[in-house]
Write a protein that binds this ligand. Structure first.
Ligand code: ADE
Ligand code: ZN
Length: 326
């Protein structure tokens, strides 16, 4: 069996996926037509050609513009189900998906529309595709603490549908400490806590995510590798890192996939998982990430198996649920 076939056949969980980042250009056009929203592109090819980024902010500007076409419950349901179909084809058995409510509520789309649509798509994925899922509400870190607090308050009627909170958007200049109080409040509500840290931001932001936000899982974490004490802390605590190789390449976090830190992370005993982040924008779903990384750095089958095993170990599922998803 080839490595690609081996990867295709491995059951896996996806733990770092922004549902708005799974909006393929074809669906973007369909929703623009359905909702009579103007988009600044004439063709699907022109959209794809615009996906050429030099850093995180370049991408975020286009990503937030793309989300403009999402208006109705049906749109969010269609978006989610399209992702789950792709994920199921990659043998994803469980996904913990991020959504950015502020991207929608700030343009007048009610929180209820977003969550009802996404959870309808998740329910359909469970029955039609046998893919289970959970929702993680992300605060946009370029906005202020009061806006994050208001978003958490808006989520309160829906807490039974939300597994946790996360922190995303522009990292540098927006340290985790800015959100300590809202993360404390989310923890007191019984929500899990995750945060993007060390994607572009320095190791100090990773320390803050651990010590101030008290995260249960870390998104990216690449720049942790610059700090020996931090590596040891992550290894000793068994912290799961949700790493996204093709995202890192597209956003110039690494300049060459062959130099990606995953092999060193594994060697140092870090609990690394592979994920697609924003697959419609970065040129690949989860198996593309496994395949591209395996080819670029020469992963062994044992390492690939370990990465998939880590994805279930790091999931917010009970031990019994994990076994049932394999
Ligand atoms: N929002 C969507 N994808 C993101 C990423 N990779 N980093 C920060 N915010 C994001
Ligand atoms: Zn992300």
């Amino acid at each position: 069996m080839t490595m690609d076939a081996y990867i295709a056949d491995l059951p896996k969980a996806e733990l770092h996926l922004h549902i708005e980042g799974s909006l393929e250009p074809e669906l973007m056009f369909e929703l623009a037509r359905r909702n009579r929203v103007a988009i600044p592109f004439d063709t699907v090819e022109a959209v794809r050609a615009a996906y050429d980024f030099s850093n995180l902010q370049d991408f975020l500007d286009i990503y937030y513009a793309g989300a403009e076409v999402l208006r109705t419950e049906q749109d969010f349901q269609d978006l989610a189900l399209a992702y789950f179909r792709r994920a199921a084809a990659d043998r994803v058995r469980h996904a913990e998906i991020f959504f950015d409510p502020q991207t929608h509520t700030d343009r007048g789309i009610p929180f209820q529309v977003v969550i009802e649509g996404l959870t309808s798509g998740m329910a359909a994925a469970r029955t039609e595709l046998d893919v289970s899922s959970q929702l993680i509400l992300c605060f946009l870190r370029h906005l202020d603490e009061d806006a994050a607090q208001a978003t958490l308050s808006a989520a309160e009627p829906w807490l039974d549908r939300i597994a946790g909170v996360g922190l995303d958007s522009s990292e540098v200049g927006h340290p985790p400490s800015k959100f300590q109080r809202v993360f404390d409040r989310a923890g007191a509500m019984g929500l899990k806590r995750v945060a993007h840290a060390g994607e572009e931001g320095p190791p100090a932001y990773v320390w803050e995510a651990l010590d101030l936000l008290k995260i249960d899982r870390m998104d990216h974490g690449n720049r942790s590798m610059e700090d020996e004490a931090l590596i040891q802390r992550l290894a000793a605590s068994g912290m799961t890192l949700t790493v996204c190789p093709l995202s890192n390449l597209k956003l110039c976090v690494v300049d060459d996939l062959a130099k990606h830190p995953v092999p060193e992370m594994l060697r140092r005993g870090l609990h690394v998982t592979l994920n697609s982040d924003d697959p419609a924008y970065f040129g690949g779903y989860v198996n593309d990430n496994y395949r591209a990384l395996a080819a670029a750095v020469g992963l062994t089958r044992e390492q690939v198996t370990q990465l998939a095993r880590n994805s279930f170990e790091g999931a917010f599922l009970s031990p019994g649920e994990k076994i049932a998803r394999l």
